[in-house]
Structures are given as structure tokens and as C-alpha cells.
Design a protein around this ligand. Structure first.
Ligand SMILES: C[S@@+](CC[C@H](N)C(=O)[O-])C[C@H]1O[C@@H](n2cnc3c(N)ncnc32)[C@H](O)[C@@H]1O
Length: 265
């Protein structure tokens, strides 16, 4: 069997679990290749037992990135068709935990006079935040969630588009919007804190809202919810910020300063 066919077979197998089924093939392929490379494994001539182990290891990496946020087995498509938006938002752990705080967040965006949003690692967040006077760019590695968002935009005549993007690859050209959202994303994709600086720099929006969960795994509130590593990074980049807290989340409202060349005058 050809290398690409064999990889396809692995990708299909990895995605056969419901919580991973929505992931983009390219992200699954990258994870598979990264695992094989790191462990110096070839996918050829593997026994069934060895194949199972590869699939299991790659799945567990992908669960950490995305699968663990899928909370419910209910069909998102049917919840969308029946208009049960609260139940739909409850199928993703992040939107579910933020349900009561959305009115405050919407008010904040309206006070900031936001007319366009880029939402990175969006989950189902756009369904809670999109409105008629906002152009919404929604991106994630989960194509399944993105297709639900697309359908929601269409159904409600909202101006918006969705695209698959792995932000760890630091894309060169992102849509320039009034605000960029990265809610509960950095803890997931940057546990070693070595990507966030380049991600922040790559965002063309002047305003960025970054949030982190303030709940421990036990469900109790963290004693020190602030992310000092992140605050230090913002100080080093000379980005101004304010902090807003809900019961279970801390939001950094960031303003990027104008470029150094401008500052010298
Ligand atoms: C904790 S959830 C937050 C979802 C949403 N931002 C919210 O707060 O409601 C993390 C999201 O990041 C997405 N994600 C994980 N790795 C990613 C990556 N490398 N690039 C872009 N999105 C990613 C997941 O699919 C998931 O939807």
C-alpha cells in the first residue's frame, strides 16, 4: 500500500471516535506525522497491535487539543435545525461555561464599537456572539463545528465566514478586524509558552481579547487566576491591557501599540 493510502487509513481510524470526527484531516495528519517522527516510527509493516498503539497515542494528543471540549453526544445539526441554541451551545464545554456571561461580553463588544471579529480557535463561540452589524471570521481546527457555524450564519442572514486554521503554524495573513478573540485557547495550544508571542505579533487587529479558564479540574476557582507569564509577555511587547473577570474566566483586553517606527516621532 502507498504511503499516502496508509496514512489515509490511519487518519480515518483516528477520526472514527465521535469526539474527534469533526477534526480537519490535515490537522490529524500533522499530529500523526509529528508522533511518527518524534518516536522514529515508520507506519509500514506494523502488526495490528502496533497500529492500535499509534492510533491510541495520536488520539490522546488530539483529545487534549480539541476532543475533550465536545461535551454532549447530541447531534449539533438537529439542535441547530430545531433552533435550540442554548442546548447547542451546551455541547461545547467553553460556550456552556460562558452562557451567563455572554450578555456582558456582547455589551463590551458593542461599547468597543466592534464591527468585525476574527475568532481563533472559536469552538461554537460565534453562535453566541455574532450579530447583524458584525462581520465575523471564525476559525478552528474542528471542521464539524465550523460547518455548524456556517449554517447558523446562513440561516440567520449573518455576514461571516469560516476557515480551518491551525494557529500553531503562525499564519502570515489573517483578516484585519476591529477585534481578534482567542478565548480559552492559549492554555490548550501553548502549554510551554513559546508560541504566544509570535501568535500575538501575527494578528493584524489592534484590539485582542485573550481569555483563560480560572477553574481547576476539580471545578473550584484557582487561587491565582492571573496568568503572570502572559502579563510579562504583554509588558515586554509594550501592549496595554485591562483585566475583566467572570466566575470562571479571566479576560485580557489588549491594545496593541502602534509600531516602533511611529513611536520614535
Ligand atoms: C477550550 S476550546 C475554546 C473554544 C472557544 N474559543 C470558546 O472559548 O468558546 C479550544 C478550541 O481551540 C480549538 N483548537 C485546538 N487547537 C487549535 C489550533 N492549533 N489552532 C486553532 N484552534 C485550535 C479547539 O478545537 C477548540 O474549539
Amino acid at each position: 500500500m502507498q504511503n499516502t493510502d496508509l496514512k489515509k487509513e490511519f487518519i480515518e481510524k483516528i477520526k472514527s471516535k465521535k469526539e474527534l470526527s469533526g477534526l480537519s484531516d490535515s490537522v490529524v495528519k500533522d499530529s500523526l506525522e509529528e508522533y511518527l517522527q518524534k518516536n522514529r516510527i515508520s507506519i509500514y509493516e506494523k502488526s495490528e497491535k502496533e497500529k492500535k498503539l499509534i492510533v491510541k497515542e495520536v488520539r490522546s494528543r488530539l483529545r487534549l487539543l480539541a476532543g475533550r471540549f465536545q461535551k454532549s453526544k447530541k447531534s449539533k445539526k438537529s439542535l441547530l435545525s430545531s433552533g435550540d441554541i442554548d442546548k447547542l451551545l451546551k455541547t461545547h464545554s467553553s460556550t456552556s461555561e460562558r452562557l451567563e456571561f455572554y450578555p456582558r461580553l456582547k455589551k463590551l463588544l458593542s461599547e468597543m464599537n466592534v464591527k468585525s471579529i476574527l475568532d481563533i480557535g472559536c469552538g461554537l463561540n460565534p453562535i453566541a456572539l455574532a450579530s447583524k452589524n458584525i462581520i465575523y471570521y471564525a476559525s478552528d481546527i474542528n471542521e464539524g463545528d465550523l460547518s455548524i457555524i456556517s449554517e447558523y450564519f446562513k440561516k440567520n442572514n449573518l455576514e461571516g465566514s469560516t476557515f480551518v486554521m491551525d494557529i500553531r503554524k503562525i499564519p502570515r495573513s489573517l483578516p484585519k478586524t476591529d477585534v481578534c478573540l482567542m478565548l480559552k485557547l492559549l492554555d490548550v495550544i501553548d502549554p510551554k509558552h513559546n508560541l504566544s508571542e509570535n501568535i500575538l505579533k501575527s494578528i493584524p487587529s489592534k484590539k485582542i481579547i485573550v481569555s483563560f479558564s480560572t477553574k481547576k479540574l476539580s471545578g473550584r476557582k484557582m487561587n491565582f487566576p492571573k496568568r503572570f507569564w502572559f502579563e510579562k509577555l504583554l509588558a515586554r511587547l509594550e501592549y496595554e491591557f485591562e483585566v475583566l473577570e467572570s466566575d470562571n474566566e479571566i479576560f485580557y483586553l489588549i491594545t496593541k501599540k502602534l509600531g516602533i517606527a511611529y513611536k520614535q516621532f
